[in-house]
Design a protein around this ligand. Sequence first.
Ligand code: ADP
Ligand code: MG
Length: 731
Amino acid sequence: MTLDDTSARLSQVIGGKSAQAIEKALGLTSVGELLRHYPRRYAARGELTDMRTLVDGEAVTLLAEVVSVTSRPMQQRRGTIVEVVVSDGTERISLTFFNQRWREGTFRTGRRGLFAGVVSTYRGRRQLTHPSFDFLPDDVDEDPERVASFAGAFIPIYPATSALSSMQIARAVGVILDTLGPLPDPIPEAVRSEHGLIGLTQALQGIHRPADQPDIDHARARLRFEEAFLLQTVLAQRRAELAHLPARARVEQAGPLLREFDARLPFALTAGQREVGDEIAADLAGDHPMHRLLQGDVGSGKTVVAVRAMLSVVDSGGQAALLAPTEVLAQQHHRSITALLGPMAEGGMLGGHDRGTQVALVTGSTKAAQRRRDLLRVVSGDAGIVIGTHALLTDTVTFNDLGLVVVDEQHRFGVEQRAALASKAADGTRPHVLVMTATPIPRTVAMTVFGDLEVSTLAGLPAGRAGVETHVVPVAERPAHVARAWERVREEVSAGHRVFIVCPRIGDDGVEDAPLVEDEPERRAAAAVLDTVEQLGAGPLQGLRIGMLHGRMPADAKDASMSAFADPAAEAPIEVLVATTVVEVGVDVPSATVMVVLDADRFGISQLHQLRGRVGRGSLPGLCLLFTEALPGSPARERLDAVASTTDGFALAQLDLLQRREGDVLGASQSGRRSSLRLLQVVTDIEVIEQARAAAIAVVDADPALDDHPALRAALLELVAEDQAEFLEKA
Ligand code: ADP
Ligand code: MG
């Protein structure tokens, strides 16, 4: 039997038990999915893994040899510790097993195997606690199938889990490869020969069971190109589609609302805001939908740009929607835009401004009666500006004439969400779309992830911005600095200013309470909002009005907290807001001057940059204090030092990208893309992406519906289905 349909269920090919184990450990269910689970690297047979480079906390799979096996009773409890020492010939590492005495017989001195686990150090010695392991076949009476699956010169090392070892995965993949027939190839023959790429079936054989290094290289080159090519083909198709879609052209000159708004603005627009505004106005006047990405650093004033675009659409008779990633942000936008518009936001209402429009807020937590009223204002067109969360995407929301969709802080929204809103325009036209992001995106990433968007960059910050100064506070080394920090917080509060305190987790969730293993150094859970509120209130910040904000609070409680914190005239003001990263994007409280980030090393670089953008937004200078227990010189500490040393968001974004794994980059910027990119490095594989892009555009130009490329079409359908599946999961 040969296998030529990779959509077949794994259980049909490798047996139910293995299939179940793989689904449970890796979430893979089809033959195709397992074939696309590539080895992370290869261990060369006969060459043991160099252990000098091991780092604590790293998950590793080592090819090593057993040197000794001993067991001893535990000190504080009943039971036994089995300690197996393995070596690469020079360095040694211990494998420890608690209460698994029978393990003693499993390990024989001199045997070689793969040992997988997380590296830690105990009493100066490296160890893996309860590693998963598998021995290389070395006996004649060994299962012949096992011997066969390790016959090559390279042993594939797969991303594995403690329940499913790399070798078990290799065996399952081997069974499939043995029966694999020629597969339809999504890369057209002409493209393959132009770029010197091997065929799909050969590439899959080569990546899982290479005979030599060139096998690996050719396989990787081909599969990497394929990833870029599929993505670029989707984007080329989308662009081609958009270029043919009708949109309603909106007038380019400023209408009465926009003129009034500009006149009311308490500040002058920056040159960048004016420039980008003109670009957008020109797009809006076109009769094909705008699809523009606006990137600008934290505080560069994107919201004003968006409001002006929205008003110009309302001026020409249409409606505009602003989609925010969180309820907190939607509410804040509603508050601040209503304030910016002043009496203009009461258009059509008794006593309202005659040149005005209503602003509606639609979120998941709006009460039913209010929601009905809001939806009515949306469908009638009375609300020219509609602000909301993903609740805006549901079927019950109907617009009168949706002309523009603004997506704020794009990285929480995927292509599919945008598409859902886009479909809400009337009579077959598409709305114009503006996507805003504060996370600067390198060109290749933009090309990969947002290849269907034009990019505008908002340069420079508005004048009069006092900015933010950042310091690292090493909690363990400098207790005096900690005390001084809390003192400073008290001073700011007495001066009438507001203070954010950010924690990595909410607390009371039990997630971090890992079982204590004897002899294992205890890992402290990160600071939690609930505990911190209590501890600070009873300790260094006693007497201050402390409030909290986190994702598990009901929406109205969140809103109440934000208002009490943001509004200087609030009845029961909050002076110190202890929060999770819900305050990360967009939250705008001009009187906030200090941000303390607890266990700052648990956050990424870009995240910290976003976070501190919440202070120093008004004319008051901001101070950001990064509390950490990370040791000087550790990578975590270096990241914090980098954040403290510059306020250049672009420089930090580059640094962040270099330090993060690819999947995370895309995961953060776009859902659904993570799963389709396994080998492609969007930051560094510039050349591949450019070649694939050119090839994709040529293919789509010549054959827009891909009638001559059924295999390519099928692969794209699968890719888009993955996107949708993830979208549905999230929604
Ligand atoms: P972001 O780009 O981070 O979304 P915002 O649009 O929230 O930035 O703007 C940050 C703050 O700067 C707001 O309080 C806004 O009112 C103010 N602002 C925007 N444009 C200007 C300007 N041209 N001059 C002065 N202040 C401005
Ligand atoms: Mg913003």
